[in-house]
Design a protein around this ligand. Structure first.
Ligand SMILES: Cc1cc2nc3c(=O)[nH]c(=O)nc-3n(C[C@H](O)[C@H](O)[C@H](O)COP(=O)(O)OP(=O)(O)OC[C@H]3O[C@@H](n4cnc5c(N)ncnc54)[C@H](O)[C@@H]3O)c2cc1C
Length: 289
């Protein structure tokens, strides 16, 4: 089903993101342990990331196909422009369509390792906007795009970045999923800007990461330029074990999501990191099952 239809409900819903495991054993655990447990929480949809440099094209589509067929849960592949010509992207889309995929998260992708600037592949796309326009021409998929409540890290002017986000919606994106953030006001300001300045009406789904370790959350936020508010940082730094950090991660995300829901958020996207306990606890804390 199209995510745009799935989100058309009065209930608060949540979705789960997975990444393609690197090994056969990892995929076995994902399908025999992780997804069966998380399925019982009744996620509205799932999404599967596309590896850096387009490196997981086959795995991403295979995992999406398996989630749809074996669990009957809607699954959306992420798709990036990295290392791909227009024709190559066209082939991925054809393959996805053949598998019954109806939704695509359309992204530009990061520059390859060791490079600081994104360079379009010859015959490929420079921005996610171009990919969105291309997918729209296919007239088959519901298209999602990224949003950055604190601005994209390569763009020194966050308002300009938000204007570009609005352009993606104008070009055909039908919902946004945001980068992770821990500053609720940043999300609300971003959302308010899009709603008032650009009259954006599509769902803006906050991306929520219940972090699993102190180094991990510091690394992830540094990579994407998200702030960790000092009150949260103090809680993390006061932890003595990973277990304590994990619990802080769930508490912090419960607090963020509760505030967002009070402000009208209807859908939450959880970066599950292919793990059960934190996502499960977060969903239970929010009373979403
Ligand atoms: C929800 C979510 C899921 C993600 N999943 C993946 C994944 O599966 N695999 C992966 O590799 N990466 C993933 N990423 C990371 C993403 O690929 C990077 O953040 C990447 O650097 C930007 O991709 P984008 O689609 O947001 O880029 P764009 O929307 O193209 O923006 C990138 C930069 O270009 C600028 N820009 C945009 N449009 C224009 C324009 N028309 N003219 C000039 N400048 C412009 C923007 O301001 C921004 O600075 C994800 C990010 C999010 C938020």
């Amino acid at each position: 089903m199209r995510i745009t239809d799935l989100l058309n409900t009065n209930k608060v819903t949540f979705s789960l993101e997975f990444f393609p495991p690197k090994t056969e054993e990892g995929e076995r655990v994902l399908f025999e342990e992780t997804i069966p447990k998380l399925k019982s929480l009744n996620p509205t949809f799932t999404s599967v990331t596309y590896g850096a440099g387009g490196s997981t094209r086959n795995q991403t589509l295979r995992i999406v196909n398996r989630i749809k067929k074996e669990f009957g849960i809607e699954a959306m592949p992420h798709l990036t422009c990295v290392g791909s010509t227009r024709e190559m992207i066209g082939e991925v889309l054809e393959e996805a369509r053949g598998m019954g995929v109806e939704n695509i998260l359309a992204l530009r992708g990061d520059p390859p390792k060791g490079e600081t600037q994104f360079k379009a592949t010859e015959g490929g796309f420079s921005h996610s906007l171009d990919l969105i326009e291309y997918i729209k021409e296919k007239k088959h998929f519901a298209i999602g795009a990224s949003g950055y409540p604190e601005g994209h890290i390569e763009c020194s002017d966050k308002i300009l970045d938000w204007d570009r986000t609005a352009a993606k919606i104008k070009a055909g994106a039908q919902f946004l999923v945001t980068q992770l953030f821990y500053d609720v006001d940043a999300f609300l300001t971003f959302q308010d800007y899009l709603r008032t300045k650009h009259k954006v009406t599509v769902p803006i789904i906050p991306g929520i990461l219940p972090f699993l370790g102190a180094e991990q959350v510091k690394r992830f936020t540094a990579m994407c330029g998200a702030k960790i508010p000092s009150a949260i940082l103090h809680k993390i730094d006061a932890c003595k074990t990973d277990e304590e950090v994990r619990n802080v991660g769930v508490d912090v995300c419960t607090d963020i999501c509760s505030k967002l829901i009070k402000h009208g958020t209807k859908a939450i996207h959880i970066y599950s990191l292919n793990r059960v306990p934190s996502s499960e606890q977060l969903v239970k804390n929010l009373g979403l099952i």
